[in-house]
Design a protein around this ligand. Structure first.
Ligand code: NDP
Ligand code: PYC
Length: 336
């Protein structure tokens, strides 16, 4: 194992790989930021492993490398940003200030991200909103790779959903997960490592349970929590696909021509100002939240994102440990 690499150095290297692929400075910066944040926080399924996937969609011409996001703010609760076929991350960055301002003004605001290539973890966005004192929910479809509970054909995406809640003196409360048992990225990491996937993650093409990552990727993944996860995943398709007039996971798959290319569709972010909602109650919502969150911790249960924040602290202090294979791949991408 080589010496750890600093977060800044990794960021510079990833950004320059994307600039070499033809991305504008601003887009390369935003995409590198979310990938390096994933690696820094030990979220390997959406860390540097994703560079290759991004390069593949760039090479296939299915994402606009120099897209300039266009903000459409009519002063109403729903703000739109058109990613114009570019990555979702610069589009979110371009709209964040308007979303925060509207949520604080009216108590509740929504951001619609249109026509974006979305490959990243969602915690990045809800954490940014929690830093502004807002609660938020973020969701998007993906590409059809998950069978609804009771079915066996891929129809739903891995459809992630993330929630953020601000905490006055702590990292925010954040959960962020695929509505499939595991993110597709996790299965791909098992395939690369030559290891089996756990029971219950997926079925093969015939609908039989499988532990083989290749058979799982060719078959169908399963929603988490049976019919409950299946329904939440369907809700994501309806709210962040049908309602926005953007691709649902089946259409995203057809548009990309297969799961070898990352999906293009829309995304929905809801931002809520806790102070506005509780104003007439005379109670402090953040203090109420603290009571619950500390009681959970007092039982010895860990909060979601606690592992991630710990990994972040370590990476910022000591750098990020990458395997020799990962470093060799970075060198290869830089040389291309
Ligand atoms: P995980 O199952 O790894 O984690 C889900 C969440 O649960 C995290 O917030 C995690 O916190 C928390 N958690 C895990 N174990 C515990 C525990 N024992 N107690 C309390 N909390 C726990 O996530 P997934 O594999 O489902 O998803 C990984 C990422 O993939 C997400 O960031 C998601 O946004 C992304 N994704 C993106 C897609 C896209 O289309 N853009 C599609 C699908 C997924 P912690 O991190 O601290 O462990
Ligand atoms: O890991 O499921 C996943 C995924 C799909 C698109 C981006 N990430």
């Amino acid at each position: 194992m080589a010496k750890p690499i600093s977060v800044e150095t990794l960021h510079t290297r990833v950004r320059s790989i994307f600039e070499k692929c033809g991305m504008s400075e601003a887009n390369a910066e935003a995409v590198a930021a979310v990938i390096v944040a994933g690696e820094r926080d030990a979220c390997k399924s959406h860390g540097i492993y994703r560079i290759e996937g991004c390069m593949r969609v760039l090479a296939a011409g299915k994402v606009e490398p120099k897209a300039v996001p266009e903000l459409v703010d009519t002063g109403k609760a729903v703000i739109e940003v058109d990613a114009n076929g570019g990555f979702s991350n610069p589009a979110f960055d371009a709209a964040k200030a308007a979303l925060v301002a509207r949520a604080k003004e009216t108590g509740l605001a929504a951001l619609v991200i249109r026509d974006c290539l979305h490959f990243s973890a969602l915690w990045h966005d809800v954490e940014a909103l929690a830093k502004e004192g807002l609660a938020s929910l973020s969701m998007c479809p993906s590409y059809a790779s998950v069978a609804p509970t009771g079915g066996k054909e891929p129809l739903l995406g891995t459809n992630p959903i993330a929630f953020g809640w601000p905490r006055p003196a702590e990292h925010p409360y954040v959960f962020d997960f695929a509505t499939s048992v595991a993110a597709r990225g996790e299965i791909e990491l098992h395939r690369r490592a030559g290891t089996e996937i756990p029971d219950g993650w997926a079925v093969d093409k015939e609908g039989n349970p499988t532990n083989d990552p290749d058979a799982a990727l060719a078959g169908a993944m399963l929603p988490f929590g049976g019919h409950k996860g299946s329904a939440i995943s369907t809700m994501v398709e309806l709210l962040a696909g049908a309602m926005l007039g953007e691709f649902m996971s089946k259409e995203a798959l057809d548009f990309m021509g297969g799961t070898h290319l990352l999906p293009r569709h829309g995304a929905l972010v809801l931002a809520l100002d806790p102070a506005t909602f509780s104003a007439r109650s005379g109670r402090d919502p953040l203090a109420e939240g603290e009571r619950l969150l500390t009681a959970i911790g007092a039982q010895g249960a860990r909060l979601p994102s606690q592992r991630r924040f710990k990994a972040r602290d370590l990476s910022l202090r000591e750098g990020i440990e990458l395997s020799d294979a990962e470093l060799a791949q970075l060198d290869l991408f830089e040389a291309q």
